[in-house]
Design a protein around this ligand. Structure first.
Ligand SMILES: O=P(O)(O)OC[C@H]1O[C@H](OP(=O)(O)OP(=O)(O)O)[C@H](O)[C@@H]1O
Ligand SMILES: O=c1cc[nH]c(=O)[nH]1
Length: 178
């Protein structure tokens, strides 16, 4: 696939994350009882960056968890017979928490559906909200993010690729085209 456009650079990504961090504080009237849960893989560094911005805004360290949704995917049977399962690490009791799920891209919504299932098996969160860096449309389920870094109209033959320093060695968002 070839690169069609570079739609966010490092500055734009971090500005969007700062804005979402402020929105999380505003919507929840502070961050008491708020926890962030990143969906592997790129939701995790995004959640950690937002926790750091929120700590700068409110002076409170909020807990960050890591969710692996491999076994909850609705296309599990078409994956390899030995799917690679990484660790879910949620070092707090989610029943006390307003959980903000964090991912890099939302497209069909199937990843988020799987994440909701995975979270439900861990406990009954007081509330679950959703933050994404990119909403590219084309939902196949009735799922809508509460916080969006950038809405990016796309066609279905395009792919939006988020690259993050912690995973990819650089920070940018590109649109690839078949
Ligand atoms: O709304 P959906 O249609 O579920 O698409 C969104 C998901 O797709 C991407 O992951 P992908 O499965 O491409 O794996 P990757 O994170 O390894 O790129 C992205 O990180 C989201 O988790
Ligand atoms: O374009 C897309 C679709 C799903 N997941 C991505 O990361 N990008």
């Amino acid at each position: 696939m070839e690169e069609k456009a570079r739609i966010m650079d490092e500055t734009a990504i971090n500005r969007a994350l700062v804005r979402i961090s402020h929105e999380i504080v505003e919507k929840n009237k502070g961050v008491e009882d708020v926890a962030l849960v990143g969906i592997r893989r790129r939701g995790v560094p995004l959640a950690r960056r937002m926790a750091s911005y929120i700590s700068g805004i409110e002076g409170i360290e909020i807990p960050v968890g890591v969710l692996d949704i491999t076994l909850y995917r609705d296309d599990l049977s078409s994956l390899s017979s030995q799917p690679v399962v990484h660790k879910t690490e949620i070092p707090f009791n989610i029943s006390d928490k307003k959980v903000v799920l964090v991912d890099d891209v939302i497209y069909t919504g199937r990843t988020v559906r799987a994440a909701l299932d995975a979270l439900a098996d861990i406990g009954r969160a007081r509330m679950i909200q959703l933050a994404v860096l990119i909403d590219r449309g084309h939902r196949e389920l009735p799922i809508r993010p509460d916080y969006v870094g950038k809405n990016v109209p796309t066609s279905s033959d395009e792919v939006v690729k988020v690259k993050l320093e912690e995973v990819d060695g650089e920070n940018c968002v590109v649109i690839l085209k078949r």
